[in-house]
Design a binder for this molecule. Structure first.
Ligand SMILES: NC(=O)c1ccc[n+]([C@@H]2O[C@H](COP(=O)([O-])OP(=O)(O)OC[C@H]3O[C@@H](n4cnc5c(N)ncnc54)[C@H](OP(=O)(O)O)[C@@H]3O)[C@@H](O)[C@H]2O)c1
Length: 253
C-alpha cells in the first residue's frame, strides 16, 4: 500500500541502493555541471535557474509532507524540521543568487535527475521525522541529538564559508577559475564538500535513523568522487597548484 511504513521502508532501501549506484556511476562519469559541464548532454538551461528548480522540493515539498504528519507539532520533529530548512532555504533561495555564474548553463537532464532524487529524499526524510519515526521529549536529553546538531552546524558553517570563498574569487561578470587560497583551502581542494558531508553525517546522528543514514551515504557517494575529480582538475589546470594540498580530508585524502 502507498504511504505505509512498509512502502516507506522500501523507498529508504531504494535510496541506499541509489547511493551505491551513484558511487559507481560518478566514479566513472563526472556529473556535467559547473567546471565539468558538457554540451553533449542535450538541451541546457540557465545554471542559476537549474539550482533553484532542482533544490526546491527540499524546501517546499519537505514542508508540505512534514505538515501532513501526526507528530508535526511535537518539539523534536520541529527542531529537526528547522535543521533541514536551515540548510535548504540557504541552498535553494540564497546560494543561487550569490553565485557569479552569469551566462553559465547546466544540462536539463542534470537538473531533472537531481529534482527526481530530491523528491525521493524529501519523502523518505520528511515522512520519517513527522510520521513514521518516533521522537518524544526524552530525545532532547539524548546526546545523539546534540552531537548530531553540532556536527550539522559545524558542517554548515564550513560549507557556506568555503562556497563564499570560491564565489569571491570571481569579480562580477568573470567566468574563469582561480586557485583558492587561505583557511581550509591550504589543506584541501574541496572544503565545501567536506562541510556538506559533515552536515548530513550530523543529520544521520541527530535523527539516528535509516532515512538519515541513507541521505548521508548518498551525499558521500555523490560528492566524494567529485572531490577527487575536482582535485585532479586543479592539479592539471594549474601547474603551480600547491603540492601538499589534499582533495577533501586534510592530510589524508
Ligand atoms: N548533497 C549533495 O549531494 C550535493 C551535491 C552537489 C553539490 N552540493 C553542494 O552544492 C554546492 C555547490 O556545489 P558545486 O559542485 O557546484 O561546487 P563547486 O564546483 O565547488 O562550485 C561552487 C561555486 O564556486 C564556483 N567556483 C568553484 N571553484 C572555483 C574556482 N576555482 N574559481 C572560481 N570560481 C569557482 C563555481 O562556479 P561554476 O558553477 O561556474 O563552476 C560555483 O559557483 C556545494 O556547497 C556542495 O556541497 C551538494
Amino acid at each position: 500500500m502507498l504511504d505505509s511504513p512498509e512502502f516507506h521502508r522500501t523507498l529508504t532501501w531504494v535510496m541506499i541502493g541509489l547511493a551505491l549506484v551513484t558511487f559507481v556511476a560518478v566514479s566513472r562519469i563526472t556529473a556535467p555541471y559547473g567546471r565539468h559541464t558538457k554540451s553533449s548532454w542535450g538541451p541546457s538551461m540557465p545554471a542559476r535557474l537549474g539550482w533553484i528548480v532542482m533544490e526546491s522540493p527540499a524546501v517546499l515539498l519537505f514542508a508540505w509532507i512534514y505538515f501532513q504528519g501526526e507528530h508535526r507539532f511535537e518539539l523534536v520533529p520541529l527542531l529537526l524540521l528547522g535543521m533541514w530548512q536551515f540548510h535548504y532555504v540557504q541552498r535553494t533561495f540564497v546560494y543561487p543568487f550569490r553565485m557569479r555564474n552569469e551566462g553559465k548553463t547546466m544540462p536539463v537532464v542534470v537538473c531533472a535527475m537531481a529534482f527526481g532524487f530530491q523528491v525521493l529524499n524529501v519523502y523518505v526524510n520528511a515522512r520519517w521525522i513527522s510520521e513514521f519515526g518516533s521522537y518524544d521529549v526524552a530525545w532532547l536529553s539524548d546526546p545523539r541529538l546534540w552531537i548530531g546538531a553540532a556536527l550539522f552546524l559545524g558542517g554548515w558553517l564550513i560549507n557556506v564559508k568555503a562556497d563564499a570563498i570560491l564565489i569571491a574569487l570571481r569579480k562580477p561578470g568573470e567566468q574563469g577559475y582561480k586557485v583558492p587560497r587561505g583557511w581550509l583551502y591550504e589543506y584541501i581542494s574541496c572544503p565545501n564538500y567536506l562541510g556538506e558531508m559533515l552536515e548530513w553525517t550530523g543529520w544521520a546522528v541527530a535523527t539516528w535513523s535509516a532515512p538519515g543514514l541513507a541521505f548521508m551515504l548518498f551525499t558521500i557517494a555523490n560528492i566524494g568522487p567529485r572531490a577527487l575529480v575536482n582535485h585532479r582538475w586543479y592539479r592539471e589546470t594549474f601547474p603551480d597548484y600547491p603540492d601538499q594540498r589534499k582533495a577533501v580530508i586534510p592530510f589524508v585524502l
